[in-house]
Design a protein around this ligand. Sequence first.
Ligand SMILES: N[C@@H](CCC(=O)N[C@@H](CS)C(=O)NCC(=O)O)C(=O)O
Length: 253
Amino acid sequence: MLAVGIAGRSSASYVSYELKPRISDSPFPPLEDGKLRLYSMRFCPFAQRTRLVLAHKNIPFETVNINLKSKPNWFLEKNPSGTVPTIEKNGQIVYESAICNDFLDETYTGNALIPSDPYRKARDRILLEQFGKVVGGFYQTLRSQGKDDAVKQTFESNLDLFEKELGKRGAFFGGDSVSILDFLMWPFFERWCLLEIFCNYKPSPDRFPKLHAWIARMFEQPAVKATMFPPNVHEIYIKSYISGEVPDYDYGL
Ligand SMILES: N[C@@H](CCC(=O)N[C@@H](CS)C(=O)NCC(=O)O)C(=O)O
């Protein structure tokens, strides 16, 4: 039952002991004092936000995957909203990806990701709020198999802000280097491959040259290399998700 593996293919030196998905009748896997645990689902983009921060900061942690269609009661007691990511250490429990990431960045201070300038931090928060529309547009486009032009147009108009912002900021949303905002947005760009696979569509490099260059730079980040899945794996997962059966949460373990 216990799958032990190196989480990622890069030189990032963290190791994750990944337990196969816990279903409702699975007993709580005991957590040692001092150990950080991530409750996750391998293909969840929100959990990937937190996995990116863990990888970037080389924080040791263990992973317990949750079967989101059959959640154990002990998980719901820890996080009544029942969502991943959720993190736990020494009885402290935090959930909501952006909050998990802030908590980790402030607790483990090496390789800081939150801007120290309060104004920059506030502007990043505003952008993150706006990014919700991009996430919504991405999934609407996917659901409509790219056949609804109005949906695609709205998706791209919401992306314009991020293209423009990158023009002001530089190579990354953090400027010369990645920041917490880059990692909060990345999982949804990694999944653009799904737009190509299922919709035969992708926002064009003519309209979004800076975002395309940023995507290429992000693929080179060690934390991205450590947490990403290739397009065919995203495809397998999404096909299992839309099949109406229990998604293949276990794929690759
Ligand atoms: N706002 C949450 C969203 C997380 C989320 O929706 N995660 C999904 C998996 S990708 C989940 O846990 N779904 C289970 C459910 O909603 O019951 C966050 O940022 O952490």
